[in-house]
Design a protein around this ligand. Structure first.
Ligand SMILES: Nc1ncnc2c1ncn2[C@@H]1O[C@H](COP(=O)(O)OP(=O)(O)O)[C@@H](O)[C@H]1O
Ligand SMILES: [Mg+2]
Length: 228
């Protein structure tokens, strides 16, 4: 399988102590990857290194075999951050505005969205089953619905990989199941590589083909169904 994203001997710390020390990780196109670990172990930090939001102090992060800091393909990475839902709740924007905002690099600064952009927003909302709520303020939706809007926002730029940081925090069991089913569909039918950070070990064992554990400043593969 073709490698989509990899971490080679990466170290990183916010100050002098390394949060992650000399880690290796490799993800192939089509993988559905789970990332687990205790609170504060470095899971969100790992994701931020993967999307190029943080730069390693040592080692390399590669996206399609190209160093991520030099990549022109960052719009191929869809990212749903850990805090998106709680900040979304008080944010005075509508569902379609939030999704459209992720297209502004394509639309161009100070230009208006064209028909094709509006169609794309509609299409993304349809994928997550939120097409009936374009004008709704994000704060007036349930947690599960808000999370689906954030996924539509990530999907609107046609990502090859979708990276989600604890997307099921604060949502009920039924919405959680719905979210996993949506991710499974995106993975199987749209061939989007998925990386998800989660506390729910049973759930991610069911849906993923690879699980990495972040612990003691290291990352280890603890379950790779492909590799047995
Ligand atoms: N911006 C930051 N500045 C300084 N320390 C940080 C910052 N973000 C996270 N940390 C620290 O780095 C460690 C790992 O954090 P994080 O990656 O958020 O862990 P996790 O997502 O596994 O809970 C924690 O000790 C956290 O306090
Ligand atoms: Mg985190």
């Amino acid at each position: 399988m073709k490698n989509i994203i990899s971490i080679e001997n990466v170290s990183f710390g916010y100050n002098k102590d390394n949060i992650l020390n000399d880690i290796m990780l490799s993800i192939d196109e089509g993988d559905f990857v789970g990332i687990v670990g205790c609170n504060g172990s470095g899971k969100s930090t790992l994701l931020k290194l993967l999307i190029g939001q943080l730069n390693p102090s040592k080692g390399k992060v590669k996206f399609f075999n190209e160093e991520i800091s030099k990549s022109n393909n960052l719009d191929k990475i869809g990212y749903v951050s850990q805090i998106s839902m709680s900040t979304g709740a008080s944010f005075p924007a509508t569902v379609e505005e939030i999704v459209m905002a992720n297209l502004y690099s394509k639309i161009g600064f100070l230009k208006f969205p064209k028909k094709e952009h509006k169609e794309k927003v509609k299409e993304s909302l349809k994928i997550v089953n939120m097409e009936d709520y374009p004008k709704r303020l994000i704060g007036n939706l349930s947690g599960g619905q808000q999370q689906r809007v954030m996924i539509a926002r990530a999907l609107v730029s046609n990502p090859k990989i979708l990276i989600l940081d604890e997307p099921t925090t604060g949502i009920d069991a039924a919405s959680e199941e719905q979210l996993y089913n949506l991710l499974e569909k995106l993975n199987k039918e749209s061939k989007i590589t998925i990386i998800i950070v989660s506390h729910d070990f049973a759930k991610i064992t069911k849906y993923t083909n690879k699980i990495f554990m972040v612990e003691n400043n290291s990352v280890s593969l603890i379950n790779g169904k492909d590799e047995v």
